[in-house]
Design a binder for this molecule. Structure first.
Ligand code: DAH
Length: 363
């Protein structure tokens, strides 16, 4: 019996010493001193031991049990050293904690949200469309003729025509959309007026990168169609937008222009956000104050172009199956990077795409 006891004791002590974690210590506890453990079994069999040996065996069993119990406790302590209030290690609560970086919204996303929020408050809703587009929607549906410069390979990213997917409906080339306007046609084909939508998204053009060009940038397109929509509705919506985006004292200018998908068309300018166009200049755009002469943002003109706009061309309505005699609408399209650069005073478009945290953290 003595031998057996010694054997159990040394086996238990080495099992505890090699226990690598709390679970292993607990397994050892159950095996040796648990309710059905080996030591407990011996204690239960004390009756069978001859009376003269009982005191001695009893003492040995109790010694073995307390050695094993102590060893279990010690092992648990050393496993949790450094953790918890009674580990014996002091915690220096004055040490700076390890910082967790919190992400934030990218300035472009933030600007898109701001633009869309303003139009949502005017009753518009957000619609999106594909970045890989067909030639039909990017150009033809919008009345952009074959000879238009934007259809040139230098102005549009065409995808290889040996692509497995052929455009499902119209057998034409795929390309990366060069503007968000094709979503106008896609939406009108599937929906009936009246509606007002804004279309945010990425667009692509094979431009060499410099301070004001990027091969990918963002636009927000707008389209409102219904009975009796007039140019004054367009002016009202865009003036409201510009004042909320750039400040209540922002002045607006609509210059006659040309886009194949609108008629009449306009380029929309706001008074310069830097020199604020203190004295409106004459139509030949010559600077008239020394203040404007110095302005590097508007080049002294006092005006900044922020978007193209116009009344939807009846040909576009025909292309999507609307009756141009029954509906009218206005459309506009703006570059998000340009809006953000003007609003936040950023002078290089590349800053948006370089992921430099020193820049991004400022928004
Ligand atoms: N799609 C034009 C561009 O990328 C911008 C534009 C001009 C959109 C006039 C419009 C519009 O909806 O009416 O240059």
């Amino acid at each position: 019996m003595k031998e057996r006891l010694k054997g159990i004791e040394s086996e238990a002590l080495s099992a505890i010493a090699s226990a690598g974690n709390r679970d292993a210590v607990e397994t050892a506890r159950i095996k040796y001193v648990g309710r059905k453990g080996l030591i407990t079994e011996i204690l239960k069999k004390m009756d069978e031991i001859p009376p003269e040996e009982k005191p001695e065996i009893g003492r040995l069993v109790n010694e073995a049990k307390s050695k094993i119990t102590n060893a279990l406790e010690e092992r648990l302590k050393s496993l949790s050293a450094g953790v918890g209030p009674d580990s014996g290690h002091k915690i220096d609560i004055t040490l700076p904690g390890s910082k967790r970086a919190i992400g934030r919204v990218h300035p472009i996303t933030k600007t898109i949200d701001e633009i869309c929020d303003i139009f949502i408050s005017l009753g518009f809703r957000i619609v999106e469309g594909p970045e890989i587009e067909t030639e039909y929607y990017n150009f033809e549906a919008l009345n952009i003729p074959l000879e238009h410069p934007s259809r040139d390979a230098f102005d549009t990213f065409y995808l290889k025509s040996d692509s497995n997917q052929k455009p499902a409906t119209r057998n034409q080339k795929f390309l990366l959309r060069s503007h968000t306007s094709p979503v106008q046609a896609r939406f009108m084909e599937k929906n009936k007026p009246p509606f007002s939508i804004v279309i945010p998204g990425k667009v692509f053009r094979p431009d060499a990168a410099d301070a004001s060009h990027s091969f990918m940038f963002h636009q927000v397109e707008g389209l409102a169609v219904g009975g009796g929509i007039r140019f004054s509705d367009l002016k009202g919506a865009l003036t409201n937008f510009a004042r909320r985006m750039f400040g209540e004292d922002t002045k607006m200018r609509f210059r006659p222009s040309f886009f194949p998908f609108t008629e009449p068309s306009a380029e929309v300018d706001i008074s310069c956000v830097i020199c604020r166009n203190q004295k409106p200049v004459t139509s030949n755009q010559k600077p008239i104050t020394s203040n404007q002469k110095k302005c590097s943002v508007c080049g002294g003109k006092g005006w900044l172009e922020i978007m193209g706009a116009g009344m939807v061309n009846p040909k576009v309505f025909k292309n999507v199956g609307y009756d141009p005699n029954k509906v009218a609408g206005f459309a506009f399209g703006m570059g998000v990077e340009r809006i953000a650069m003007l609003k936040y005073g950023i002078d290089d478009i590349r800053l948006f795409f370089e992921n430099d945290l020193r820049f991004l953290r400022q928004f």
